[in-house]
Write a protein that binds this ligand. Structure first.
Ligand code: DX5
Ligand code: ZN
Length: 219
C-alpha cells in the first residue's frame, strides 16, 4: 500500500481561529499543514506572512508545508524559516537564481520544494530534481481555493513520476488544487504521494475533517 500523506490547506480554514483549526486538522489525522502564502503580486490574492506562522507554530508539532506564492522570494526565505516552516516551497519564476534559493533553504536546514504552475514544464527543473525534497504540482492556477482541478496535469504527474523512477530519485510528488474524492485516486495512481486539499477537507461531509482526510487517503 502506497504511503499517502495529506496536507490540508489552511487557506480554506476560518482565519479568525487558525490555531484551533490547525488543532482540528491534527486531531483529524493530517500529516502536514499546508500554509498558502500569497503576496498579491505573484498571485492576485494576499494571505499571511511570517508573524502569523510564528504564532501558529505553538499549536501543533505537525510539519508546516509552506507554499510561497510570493515574488521576489529569495529575500524572504530566512524569515519563513525562522518563523517555523519545515518545508519551504518556491516557484522558479519567483527567484532570479533557483539554485541559490534552493541552497539557502538547505543551509537553513529546511526541506526544499519547487512548485510547477499548470503552464510550467518539468524540463525547467529537471537538472535540480536531485537537489530537492519535493515537487509541488499545481492543478489549478495559484491564488485561490475552491477552483476546479485541471485534468491535464495528470500527464505531467505521470511524466515526473517516470523521471523519478528512471533516475532513482526520492523527492515527494505533491499535488495542489481542486483535489476531491473523484480525482484523488487518479492523482495517486499517476504518482503523487502527498495531496493538498482545502475545500474538500473543510467543507465535505458537513466539515467532518477526520472523515474527509481518511477518505482522501484511502483512495
Ligand atoms: C491555491 C493554493 C492551494 C489551494 C488548495 O493557490 O495553492 O493550496 O488553496 O485549495 P483547494 O483544495 O480548495 O483547491
Ligand atoms: Zn498551496
Amino acid at each position: 500500500m502506497k504511503n499517502i500523506q495529506i496536507s490540508p490547506s489552511i487557506l480554506s480554514a476560518d482565519f479568525s481561529q487558525l490555531g484551533e483549526e490547525i488543532k482540528r486538522l491534527e486531531d483529524g489525522g493530517a500529516d502536514l499543514i499546508h500554509v498558502d502564502v500569497m503576496d498579491g503580486h505573484f498571485v492576485p490574492n494576499i494571505t499571511i506572512g511570517p508573524p502569523v506562522i510564528k504564532t501558529l507554530r505553538n499549536y501543533t508539532k505537525l510539519p508546516f508545508d509552506v507554499h510561497l506564492m510570493i515574488s521576489p522570494v529569495h529575500k524572504y526565505i530566512k524569515n519563513f524559516a525562522e518563523a517555523g516552516s519545515d518545508i519551504i516551497t518556491i516557484h522558479p519564476e519567483a527567484t532570479d537564481n533557483l539554485i541559490e534559493s534552493i541552497q539557502l533553504i538547505k543551509q537553513l536546514k529546511k526541506k526544499v520544494g519547487v512548485s510547477l504552475n499548470p503552464n510550467t514544464e518539468i524540463n525547467i527543473i529537471e537538472k535540480i530534481l536531485k537537489d530537492i525534497d519535493l515537487v509541488l504540482i499545481m492543478s489549478v492556477h495559484p491564488g485561490f481555493g475552491g477552483q476546479k482541478f485541471m485534468p491535464e496535469v495528470i500527464e505531467k504527474i505521470k511524466k515526473l513520476f517516470q523521471i523519478k523512477k528512471d533516475n532513482k530519485l526520492n523527492f515527494d510528488i505533491e499535488v495542489d488544487g481542486g483535489i476531491n474524492f473523484s480525482n484523488s485516486k487518479e492523482v495517486i495512481s499517476a504518482g503523487a504521494n502527498i495531496l493538498v486539499s482545502g475545500t474538500t477537507i473543510f467543507h465535505e461531509n458537513n466539515g467532518d475533517i477526520k472523515k474527509n482526510i481518511e477518505t482522501l487517503r484511502s483512495m
